[in-house]
Design a protein around this ligand. Sequence first.
Ligand code: LLP
Length: 463
Amino acid sequence: MSRSAHPAGPRHADVLTEGHYSAPPSDLNALDPKVWAHTVTRTDDGVVSVGGVEVTTLAEEFGTPAYFLDESDFRARARAWRTAFGHDADVFYAGKAFLSRAVVRWLYEEGLNLDVCSGGELVTALSAGMPADRIAFHGNNKSAEEITAAVRAGVGRIVLDSFQEIVRVAHIAQSLGTRQRVQLRVTVGVEAHTHEFIATAHEDQKFGIALADGQAAEAVRRALSLDGLELVGIHSHIGSQIFDMAGFEVAARRVVALLAAVRDEHGVELPEIDLGGGLGIAYTSDDDPREPHEIAKALSEIVSRECEAAKLRTPRISVEPGRAIVGPTAFTLYEVGTIKPLEGLRTYVSVDGGMSDNIRTALYDAEYSVALVSRTSDAEPMLVRVVGKHCESGDIVVKDAFLPSDLAPGDLLAVPATGAYCRSMASNYNHALRPPVVAVNDGEARVIVRRETEDDLLRLDVG
Ligand code: LLP
């Protein structure tokens, strides 16, 4: 198994042997509620619906490929996180997973805060009315313009990522005549992905300031000495698609140890710690994610226990789930175009999207599920690889799956759990037009991000 650092995302390729796939499911028409949005169901006529609208109607009205997002599921998951963490903690939705103005409004209404990591995300959040003090600004190389915009807007916190940034933010805040609330992002020497975590030397990455060699302690010293900054806490983010709480446990212990060292050296008890995001979701029936209340309980117990041992007041905890809120709430709807059977091997099923709307399979070897959703079928299962329409053989949407052997061009396929890091990482490769995001709720569907048009492409190309 490779143990090399991976920037983000699942590491299924390392965990599963080449060509791995489960046995065919006993019922190809069944929809596992673990991987589908809450309101997804198969109606009596065999067509799948979401939010009370059948996918055949959605395809007709909005075209394919398209992402369909279950609004009530999104709100329910956001609320579940908020409720689980209660009033003594804050939940910052990580906008990088998927951000649009409608989503910002839902988050605001459900009482969540927002983590942004670029000027573009900041502008989206502010333009949808998220109060600046509920926004945290992240990034390992924020530009002076981005820092200025964030300080001017009055964001609740900027997460400082480097020694240079401590000085940059302090200088900008001071020149704007203000004092910026900041957290310091530290790398705790833990890297976690899916079911594994490694607590060794994972300071070998671009983010944050290492706890090792007293670097974080030095960063605290500098941040506390600068008038433009109000240092309120320490931040740690350990990875993506994590199921095992052990990595968080080690991270929390190390962050609390830093808080104790800061108290001993400066007589200051920093009031906040942020444990980042990274909580896993089910992409296939094999994944077993934890519920928000279990995660909240585990994290607050770890932090309280460590603080008690260090005789510190328990700081206010915050977390930054992105994928765990939006991931399961959407699916991508595709139409089958061509089908290429390879005797004794597998059948290639080409759909009308691909790596431009879901890069995760190509980039991370991510696993996905897929289902025939425009009808039911009693045909025998066939092993398929669902591929896109791009000029590249790595353009794979679902590497190994079973679909009914009577699958035909014109059938609709849906890939669930594509709410996170699919539209937000979509590209125009091959001049593909990025698909729309359509929110469905209570029998109504409305576009929240429209489909790109050829005019959009040509408008950017100034000739
Ligand atoms: N907070 C910080 C500081 C982060 O860097 C991230 C994700 C999150 C929160 C949210 O993590 P989540 O709960 O969504 O896992 N493109 C990759 C994921 C990159 C995550 C980067 N940082 C993927 O598709 O798997």
